[in-house]
Design a protein around this ligand. Structure first.
Ligand code: JHZ
Length: 394
């Protein structure tokens, strides 16, 4: 049974940046699957509508992501020494380019992004990860020692199909490493903006283990990452592989999730109440600033920011523009609004208020914007509750 716990109102496709105003047209609700203990959105948009040649997101826009990928690649080489690796959803090749090109095969359905990865000398299948491709992979590559995927699996609607296909192309003693937003962190931070049309689920370790179990796979270890607002890196093996023990770190994570009652519907009801309060408080904060004739701009036209602005109905009446470094977003409207994305410039005007659309890169941004911050510039965030971030001693 799937029970609704939150209504995010009318939402657009969060990455549909366009020169033409496109109103929000998706009624997005959040549901809890009581059998799998899975939190998910109610509507699944066709993949071709979301992930196509105009997809704007580039993982290489964040230095932090680059560093994490580099460090992980070093660990993989040392610990697993894989003969062959498959990356599902390689984006512009930021992770894969840390490896010997002969050893890694990538999949990326968004053509323009995939071509950028190919320019880095990578072998990239411009395809969705589906049955046809998996059969082709089995035929041409045999099976893989290591399969990696970051922020991709939650974007694919048929979870059983994904994992049964992964199981098909993984060697019996192979490892799967996936990184996805953490539901526990989403709830702790009240970052409801982790749910949008692309994030069909936000996994708890509990829910993911339930799905994997149906597909002859299991999590054996976990790392909690700060990136993307709080993610988990799951280490997965085949259930028949008894040579690897389940780590105590993973057991502790499961216990913590149970303590927070992520397996119970009541937890989501409480979350929903907190989200509604957050919405009311953010609206109040922004409206008060506007009443005082303050200029408000956004920093980072993220999919998450799109979700917040549409949920709170805070649009062009409140924000002058959003800064972003992504070429593919500049000159276009933030989906569902008439707010323009403009080319990023270092923050100088400390009279304006800056809403952190990329709140998850707060530390990286603060370093970049030292001048603004040190000279009484004001950042606004909604995480973990709506507020103006004050510099210590200000
Ligand atoms: P960012 C995307 O979500 C989409 P988004 C996707 N669905 C997903 O799962 C996650 O990524 C992983 C800009 N920026 O990364 C770049 C600056 O302008 O939080 C981005 O447009 N200056 C695949 O879109 C945006 O902000 C900066 O200094 O929510 C951040 O988007 C920095 C650090 C970022 O992901």
């Amino acid at each position: 049974m799937r029970k609704t716990f939150l209504d995010l109102g009318m939402q657009p496709l969060a990455n549909n940046f366009s020169k033409k105003y496109v109103p929000a047209s998706l009624r997005l609700k959040l549901k809890f699957d009581t059998k799998l203990k899975l939190a998910m959105i109610n509507k699944h948009v066709k993949k071709e509508k979301m992930f196509n040649k105009s997809y704007p997101y580039r993982s290489s826009k964040s230095k932090l992501v680059g560093t994490l990928f580099y460090n992980l690649s070093k660990k993989i080489k040392k610990k697993f020494d894989p003969r062959n690796i498959l990356e599902i959803g390689c984006n512009d090749g930021m992770f894969a380019s840390n490896f010997d090109r002969k050893k890694i095969t990538c999949i990326e359905p968004c053509k323009e992004v995939a071509l950028e990865a190919r320019k880095k000398g990578l072998k990239v299948y411009i395809n969705y990860f589906d049955d046809t491709l998996v059969n082709k992979l089995v035929k041409f590559h045999q099976k893989f020692d290591l399969i990696f995927s970051a922020n991709t699996i939650t974007h694919i609607s048929k979870y059983d199909n994904v994992f049964s296909n992964i199981s098909k192309i993984l060697k019996d003693d192979g490892t799967v490493i996936i990184e996805e937003p953490s539901l526990l962190e989403t709830i702790r931070k009240n970052s409801y903006d982790q749910f949008y049309n692309e994030h069909i689920y936000v996994f708890s370790a509990i829910a993911l283990q339930n799905i994997l179990g149906r597909n002859n796979l299991e999590i054996y270890d976990i790392e909690n990452l700060k990136v993307h607002g709080g993610s988990n890196r799951y280490y997965i093996k085949k259930s028949i592989n008894k040579n690897i023990k389940i780590s105590s770190r993973f057991k502790r994570n499961m216990m913590l999730e149970k303590k927070y009652e992520l397996h119970k519907f009541s937890c989501y009801k409480k979350f929903s109440k907190k989200v509604k309060d957050s919405k009311a408080n953010l609206i109040k904060l922004i409206k008060n600033l506007k009443k005082d004739n303050k200029k408000i701009i956004g920093y980072g036209a993220s999919a998450k920011a799109v979700t917040i602005l549409n949920y709170c109905n805070l649009k062009e009446n409140y924000f002058d523009y959003f800064y972003d470094t992504t070429k593919q977003k500049i000159g276009k409207f933030l989906p569902g609004t008439k707010i323009k994305v403009v080319k990023y410039q270092k923050l100088k005007n400390n009279k304006s208020y800056v809403f952190l659309g990329a709140w998850n890169f707060y530390k990286e941004i603060l370093k970049k914007e030292k001048f603004f911050y040190n000279n009484s510039g004001n950042f606004i965030t909604h995480v973990p509750y709506p507020r103006i971030i004050k510099k210590k001693g200000k």
